[in-house]
Design a protein around this ligand. Structure first.
Ligand SMILES: O=C(O)[C@H](CS(=O)(=O)O)OP(=O)(O)O
Length: 239
């Protein structure tokens, strides 16, 4: 049986082996939701980078750039970290360079994995179907917040663990714990997440529409996969 582990923050990743694993990078608020939204709405590919400097360098090469620090768009970039940007404007065919506080960092820390894919509530069933169809062990990596655990990524990891619980071995205590967390809050997700710091941070920034979008389930049948430094969207239909 395939093993499924959960790593609750990239700062704990040093204790996990990535070899031969499919890593699902999770940053519900908002980087991975934004990546799915961008690729589902016309962006051709995304180059995630860790620093603002790397992102600026790609702007000079003709990329559309999206950057975020502390929830805000720093000066000099085209877009921030809102998944709604790609619904409100047509960026079809453009290449996007992206850097965010937590999400893009989690990707760049996972490059030793067999494969990296991107998960969020808006593509949850497609991610689960994708994981079901492949044979590698699975590591769900929560991007968290500045090295700390957060509720929304843990809840999403719990949802995936729960949906795969009968066909995988939940192979660490984090996987068991987040599955239980999801089962407890499955029917009142938003109420639970309101207690979380990131939910409140985004609300203070006036980003209620972003929060609402990030908590929608299964808007897209698209699984972003990372190869050679680039994310592309693969359409994946849940069975
Ligand atoms: O833009 C976001 O929602 C967060 C901002 S912060 O880390 O809460 O300041 O970044 P992300 O990389 O999407 O977690």
């Amino acid at each position: 049986m395939k093993q499924l582990e959960v790593c609750l923050t990239p700062d704990l990743l040093q204790h996990y082996s990535l070899e031969g694993k499919v890593v699902v990078v999770i940053d519900v608020f908002r980087a991975t939701t934004t990546m799915v939204s961008a690729l589902a709405n016309g962006i051709s590919r995304i180059t995630p980078v860790a620093t603002l400097k790397e992102c600026s360098a790609l702007k000079e090469k003709g990329y559309l750039t999206a950057a975020e620090r502390n929830g805000k768009k720093p000066g000099g970039f085209d877009l921030g970290n809102s998944p709604l940007n790609y619904l409100k404007h047509d960026y079809s065919g453009q290449q996007l360079a992206m850097t965010t506080s937590n999400g893009t960092l989690a990707i760049t820390k996972s490059i030793a994995a067999h494969e990296i894919i991107i998960g969020a509530f808006i593509n949850m069933s497609a991610v689960v179907a994708y994981l079901r169809a492949q044979s590698q062990d699975i590591l769900l990596l929560c991007a968290g917040w500045k090295g700390r655990i957060n509720t929304e990524d843990s809840l999403f990891a719990g949802a995936v663990a729960h949906l795969l619980a009968n066909e995988t071995e939940l192979a660490n205590d984090s996987a068991v714990a987040v599955q239980s967390l999801y089962q407890t809050h499955e029917t009142n997700m938003e109420e639970f997440l309101k207690e979380g710091l990131h939910f409140n941070r985004l609300q203070r920034l006036g980003l209620d529409e972003d929060i609402e979008f990030c908590l929608k389930k299964d808007e897209y049948n698209l699984v972003p996969t990372y190869k050679n430094g680039v994310l592309i969207g693969v359409v994946y239909h849940p069975q």
